[in-house]
Design a protein around this ligand. Sequence first.
Ligand code: ADP
Ligand code: MG
Length: 268
Amino acid sequence: MTSTTVNSRQPILNLQNISYSYHTLEGEVKALKDISFQVYSGEFISIVGPSGCGKTTLLNLLAGIYRAEKGNIQLQGQNLYEMKNREEIFPVGYMLQQDHLFEFRTIWENVILGLEIHHKMEEERISNVISLLKRYHLYEFKDKKPSQLSGGMRQRVALIRTLALNPEILLLDEPFSALDYQTRLEVSADIAKIIKENNKTAILVTHNLSEAIGLSQRIFVLSKRPAEVKKELKINLTLPEDESLGYRNAPEFNHYFNELWEDLKDDH
Ligand code: ADP
Ligand code: MG
């Protein structure tokens, strides 16, 4: 095998035997236990698991906010904890349930916030933000305040703000849970499409099994706390590419849903 073929299969993210505990006055809370998995560039991965099992903890480790107490995290083959200037070489985007848009700033001032903070107001980045706003029908709202936009539009603004820093990986922590059912269907499909069109790798934490099946190529099921990877489920729906909303009609859908349901039921 040549080195190029090796590299093309090199995961963008490689977790090896990750463990993590919180230390509180009441004692130790084991959150993650021996978690290992790989993610490849361009994949959309979902993580499901019981409430409080350690999903947010896992994303915080991937974002470099917490440090694993055991095990290793590699980003494109480099050890996360040995990387200098990691923010520069390997920016990670984080999206949460709340869109965290600032009401005292316009939409435009919100989307360029990250660029401002990181002193990256370069022409190329600015024009990238403008073209993202235009492409996703938000440019005409650039002088509005967040409260003047719908929940779905605000989530798209939040995503564009995250994309402005050109992250390699997007971490999404239940970003759609504050939206009502109908909006959630549309916005989740929309966000997944934007992520795909911009060739990003995404890791989504969600409680919504249908959403996980509809958006992902692979789903990791975590056990109850301390979370271990209980199962990896590969998703293959027979649907045309752009049928992101019709995934429930795929013949395989019910099978995947029931399998996930059974896995999670055991842990309640
Ligand atoms: P999830 O996102 O899967 O709901 P979390 O990763 O937020 O779960 O939390 C996993 C476990 O760790 C929970 O039992 C939670 O109570 C505990 N935990 C989370 N954050 C802290 C903290 N800062 N200090 C102590 N325990 C925490
Ligand atoms: Mg959480």
